[in-house]
Write a protein of this length. Sequence first.
Length: 745
Amino acid sequence: MMAAGFLLNSCAAFFQDKIPMDTQTLQGSLADFLTPPVEIKQLGVSKQVAASQGEYQGQIIVTWSAVDYAASYRIERAAVKRNANGTYSLPDETDFRQLIPADYVSDTSYTDVILPDPQSTDEEYDNVYFYRIFANNIKHNYTESEPTDFTKEETSGAGWLFAPPVNVEAEKGKSTTDVKITWNASTTADSYRVYRGVSTDSMERIGTVIGKTEFTNDIKQAEQGIEFYYKVTAVNDLFIESQMSAPALGYALKEGAPVAPSGITVTNGRAESRSVLEVKWDSVSAAEGTTVTYSLYRNSSTDSVYTLIKSGISGDHFTDETVKAGNVYYYYVQTVAEKAGEVIKSPFSETGAESASPAVGFLLSAPSYFEAADGAEDSTILLRWLPSAGASYMAADGNAFTYFIYQSDDANGVYGKINAEAVSGTLDSEGYLCYEVSKYPYYKISAYNPASSDQTESALSSAIAPIPAAPQNVEASKCAYVAERWNPNANNVYPVKITWKKPADDNPSGYYIFRSTKPDSSFKKLNENAVVPVTGLNDEVLYYVDSDPSTKVGAVYYYKVVSVNSLNQGKKSNDPVNDAEHKCMGWGALTREQWFREYNKTIKESQKKLTLMHKGSLDALGEETKSGTISGTIYYKASGGLSGASVIMKYTSYADFYINNDPALGVYFCLNGNSDTEITNVTSQSGSMKKSVVCTGMYPGTAYYDGIQIKGGAAGGGYYEVEIRDQTGSVVLNKAHVDWVIGEE
């Protein structure tokens, strides 16, 4: 730090332009000292983010525009499931997760491998993935950029995988000369390739289709009656081929084939059983010398692939024990006639999902979707669920499911009925059934079929828990001592402690912590594992310590604490936007050395405004007062002669900078006090400094000058003393030495 005054002597060297800043090493100039290089405090944000949309099978390529001075980039991703009609919603900010191991990417593109080994049944094809980019330059200690805005088209970073065709169907015994294959169109496909094989593992391409979604496979006479598997791929404008579709079974009828069975029924198929379905059909007459058996196939509401359940059935019925709750099953029966070693198969029975009289069956199943939403009052919960599988068929028969609600204090404990009588629920505008109940920790639901002659109640659903209320009294420390983890990071910033109390009428199982440099957006999750309260301390103050190594000097952070239930589900948090007292805004204390560097920025800025001190010789004598950019004054007075000199530098409520350049957040440093200089040897321009400056603002503290030595007209030895306090006035770091070269780097 420059001595406050430039030390009088009788040789007209007083207040020369060049003075020795370090008498032991380099010589510097006053102009250099007062004009530091431009400092980049925070990096900019990428202006464009693009992700590949249906171009690659198992990966998405993300690209973005470069940011000036960025050395690397950090990537976060959020996944959103498409709706049934193909539309999708934007993710919530809390849905984004940092990609691992892609913490820092030096290029402006990244290949995100979603599916290392893509398969036709992967659920990831139904997702839309959003990406947001953060710019970094760790070496130069620049503050990480804000994330790109995924809500804007140019920076949405929305992408998806190149999905294989779906709903591939192949005719089964419709013709003796060909098999027709159909499928659903793919939005990014320019053409399709059709493959065939006698097994799903051995396929050969048999055709290419452009501009339509069907293909006719001509069948030779020798191929009649042979069951083939068909698969279809899509090819896009990059000539990239998608993964193969799920297989579709198809065949052409052989001359002399038997007829397909009729009268296919599922005798207990209307939710009368919790475990098995009984399929029956009318037998087919067999010619003399011919043996007739049957093959039973099925597909379902969740799987369009035809699955062989059993072949070689000699009777007219079969009990299917492989069914699962929550599906609607469609059954097909094929007649297989064998005579003199020759096997001939019939077409499939016309009993599937598209048939006028489908052979349909479903188990008595609990609803597949069940959630707990907020009730009309704090003491109630609105339960919402989708009707159980097969509800539309029940309604067509004049019947309807009703439901029992169960509750428990323990997720894995005993559940008791809330309602003695089964309830129907009220249908809302989104197609959910709703029923309001008193608030309990956990719920399960069952379906009840009053028309059943066998089992009337399904097994219970999986447990759900209400989304807990937001925590109370969320506060972040501001330049405070954090006893739980008191070590500065590489940027010389100490941790921030976030505290809160549990909701008044809830007991969350844990909490997630989010942080942003803005109160309304760009929040980043800090903890992958929920902060779990200690048993018995739910009413006590809970806390989390943010000791992130990327935390920068001067950065103000806003914190959100989200309550979650035992299933780690939760969305409710405190509201930083409407936190008028900025309680959830926080920042870490600085080391003494870093504090002095930041304080010295205001000192240097103030001295730029003075005119007398920059003049040469005796012209520097006199006094003047200058105003701070924001508030207060700096008073300068230089006096003396051959026997010595003194310079008074007095600060009164002096401030030049706002926190984050935002007046609403207050001033960075506000100075009150003196940094005076006394020259006792005019010839050598040596002496000492004295007094102190008290600072308020973002980083309260005091700088003491009594230990500084003046050599050659500038600080040239000794030490400052620095004491740091928090916003309440409590001492964070006791008064201790800071070497005189700090702030002059």
